[in-house]
Design a protein around this ligand. Sequence first.
Ligand code: PHE
Length: 343
Amino acid sequence: MSTTPELIAKLEKLGDEFLAQAQPLADEQSIRAAQAQFLGKKGKVSELMKELGKLPPAERPQVGAAANKVKEKIEQLVEACLVRIANAAKQQDLARKVDITLPARPVGGGHLHLLTQVRQEAVAVFAELGFVVAEGPQIETDWHTFEALAIPKDHPARDMQDTFYVSEEIVLRTHTSPVQVRTMLTQPPPIRIVAPGHVYRRDDDPTHSPMFTQLEGLAVDTDISFSDLKGTLLHFVKRFFQKDLGIRLRPSYFPFVEPGAEVDMQCSFCGGSGCRICKQTGWVEIGGAGMVDPDVFKNVGIDSERFTGFAFGMGIERMAMLRHGVNDIKFYYEGDVRFLEQF
Ligand code: PHE
């Protein structure tokens, strides 16, 4: 058992003891641990204070005062230690030598996706001819996608486009042609639009993907003829592929055009002499086209006696393939940078 002076002396010694212990510490965590060893509930100061009860009551305040003083001192030492390590860290930071002559690490720059590039370039060619971009929803009504385009529910042409149905009346658009309908409903002729966008079909193999991209075109005016259609497509092919390539229009059937045609172009890969891309035929199909059917004009309230129009729809993936020899449509969507970086 200690006497009051002994206890006070022991308390006063704790300050120095803490200093000795904390001095070499170099991180906040160990300083906090030391602090707890001295000031915590079971710390050294508390241990000594247990003896307080055994002292004569008159002497206790003296010991209490000494305890408070040492607590305060230790708190101050903790603060000082923390400032010391913060300063040391700052000094170390400042002393670090940076070689500003080292070359910077190259930053990999991103770029537009191949399909975006091709889409923009194709749109740009049509923009030169006075076409403006129009857009429509990818989740579309059955009416805009089919009915208004003269494809009623039981029409065999619906089988050509295996449809994803959202509900009875709502579909994922199978082509960009509903944008024709939306445009003609809201805008009087003259009309010259191109509508690029995603379309959806239940199809999945090396040349088909359930989602792909089309570029629709529509021109409506008082004197649009089939030769305007052919001239426009021919100009597009030459300009887009930067080569003197021919096109041919094969009679074909789409319910919303009359007459209708399948559009082929000379293979840009071999120039028409035959290769793996065109399967040795020299020609590749790039889309469908035709003169707007009077029935469609009727559905959108345009006078077919006064106006005529042409429409076409082309596959953007197909054009990118022809440009770059991409032989599997999956490459476009997988997001593999080894593929994407090449363009
Ligand atoms: N919408 C047709 C398709 O996707 C293509 C087309 C567009 C045909 C415009 C004629 C006119 O198959």
